[in-house]
Design a protein around this ligand. Structure first.
Ligand code: UDP
Length: 482
């Protein structure tokens, strides 16, 4: 770093929310700012800091500041500091309550050491008042695409809570939906978005070409708010090791995973993962195992550990895996990862030819970055909108046919997606044929664009330059009192 960078560096605080889908991309984006010589501090809790210090390259431009997580106050065991650590809906709510109690210690730290800019997750809406009080520019982050925000705003404005089959009005494309958005969720997200719109801008873990200029324009026109596309964030990780160490401790050794994938032909393996929060019931897992086995394709399947029930008996196992499944498949046709998988590393392996996904935004943009087509299976949040961007707008995936929009990843679900639908979608994507080839071609093309966007001179690279310049101008204006 030369003196010029040092003198002019911005001091920026990042406050990621305590869930992998929010924390991982925002911390990668923080790393991006640090790689462009800005002074970055990530504010988080001790357990999350431990994970981050192993998975992001800390250096003189990038440091962590911790505030204690109020485990005792909310009645949680030590170390349960992320929504992904929840073992049931009850402690999920307690973790959420704990995050709301982080306000006073974070406020205190920021008031004592004010930065030039705060980048905060939209699940910390109180940062708005603090930033106003200290007259510090605030940027928002929520881990959504602009496409999803536009869809959500339209659904809310038109109160589309009754029907399961409708076209979202007023968007650049005619987007046909097949599931009813939960009213409470849409209204809550809508309220949080109101605070986002009061910020200086929103940081998007995406690149212009995937959201599309038409949606960026639509967003800026309808909200009067600025969107900064700085992603795909995961592309900051270049080596296999960096990709594998993203997020939590992997449940499978890098060596085992790589040597199995290395033994498979290009594009032959289906990767199946439903993110960090979604827990399917045994009967749904059973249908997945039958569907993938019947398709005959090779697979890596990530199945969350049943937390609190580490010693699974044969009887427990037979509730979600058909008898003899492991003997017939594991190590030969497939791998099952019980717990955290090195997703970005797996997706970027040449053996992977498809991704069955819950359409969490990070998973989506990671698949796009790797040029991997998707089998879409949305579950909750804004995932149903992401599915439509993947299948109807960009043509880079096929739908499994999920139509039950849950309020969260946990809990009972009424509908089970049957093994026939699963097998059919897997075959449609992985058997080859004209349709699959065309989807694969589009996915590859968009993957190339993602990589170009993140490189020097690409759209996201230039957006970050423009954002840093803009923030520096604000800082200098403030310093000169103009
Ligand atoms: N992830 C991972 N391994 C896992 C599960 C998840 O690396 O076993 C990462 C994934 O790469 C992504 C994030 O966790 O970056 C999940 O975010 P997403 O938005 O896809 O879904 P969410 O977990 O928020 O539902």
């Amino acid at each position: 770093m030369n003196m010029e960078h040092e003198e002019k560096a911005l001091k920026i605080y990042f406050i990621p929310y305590l869930a992998p889908g929010h924390m991982i991309p925002l911390c990668d984006i923080a790393t991006l700012f640090a790689s462009r010589h800005q002074n970055v501090t990530i504010i988080t809790t001790p357990f999350n800091a431990q994970i981050l210090s192993k998975s992001i390259p800390l250096n003189q431009n990038l440091s962590l500041h911790t505030v204690p997580f109020p485990s005792q106050e909310v009645g949680l065991p030590d170390g349960m500091e992320s929504l992904s650590a929840a073992t049931n809906p009850d402690n999920l709510v307690k973790i959420y309550q704990g995050t709301t109690l982080l306000q006073p210690p974070i406020e205190h730290f920021i008031e004592q050491n004010p930065p030039d800019c705060i980048v905060a997750d939209f699940l910390f809406p109180w940062v708005d008042e603090l930033a106003n009080k200290l007259q510090i520019p605030r940027l928002s982050f929520n881990g959504f695409s602009i496409f999803a925000i536009c869809a959500m705003e339209s659904v809310k404005a038109n109160s589309l809570y009754e029907s399961s089959s409708y076209v979202i009005p007023d968007l650049p494309h005619s987007i046909a939906m097949n599931a009813t958005p939960p009213k409470q969720m849409t209204e809550l997200l809508g309220e949080l978005l109101e605070t986002v719109f009061k910020s200086k801008g929103i940081i998007i873990n995406n690149f212009n070409e995937l959201d599309g200029e038409e949606y960026i324009e639509h967003y800026e026109k309808t909200t009067g708010h600025k969107a900064w596309h700085l992603g795909p964030a995961s592309l900051i990780r270049r080596t296999i090791q960096q990709k594998a160490e993203r997020g939590e401790q992997s449940a499978v050794s890098l060596h085992e995973c790589l040597s199995w994938l290395n033994s498979k032909p290009d594009k032959s393996v289906l990767y199946i993962c439903f993110g960090s929060l979604c827990h399917f019931q045994d009967k749904q897992l059973y249908e997945i195992s039958c569907g993938i086995e019947n398709s005959g394709h090779e697979f890596v399947w990530v199945v969350p550990e049943k937390k609190g029930k580490e010693n699974e008996t044969d009887e427990d196992k037979e509730k979600w895996l058909p008898k003899g499944f492991e003997e017939r498949n594991i190590g030969k046709k497939g791998l099952i990862v019980r717990g955290w998988a090195p997703q970005v590393m797996i997706l970027s392996h040449s053996a992977v030819g498809g991704f069955m996904t819950h359409c969490g935004w990070n998973s989506t943009v990671e698949a796009v970055s790797a040029g991997v087509p998707m089998i879409t299976w949305p579950v909750h949040g804004e995932q149903f909108y992401n599915e439509k961007l993947i299948t109807q707008v960009r043509g880079i995936g096929v739908e499994v046919g999920a139509a039950e929009w849950s309020t969260m990843g946990f809990g009972e679900r009424e509908e089970v997606v049957g093994r026939e639908c699963i097998e059919k979608a897997v075959r449609r994507m992985m058997d080859g044929g004209d349709e699959a080839e065309e989807i694969r071609r589009c996915a590859q093309e968009l993957g190339d664009k993602a990589n170009l966007a993140a490189q020097e001179g690409g759209s996201s690279y230039k957006n970050l330059t423009a954002l840093i310049d803009d923030l520096k101008r604000s800082r200098d204006r403030k310093a000169s009192g103009s």
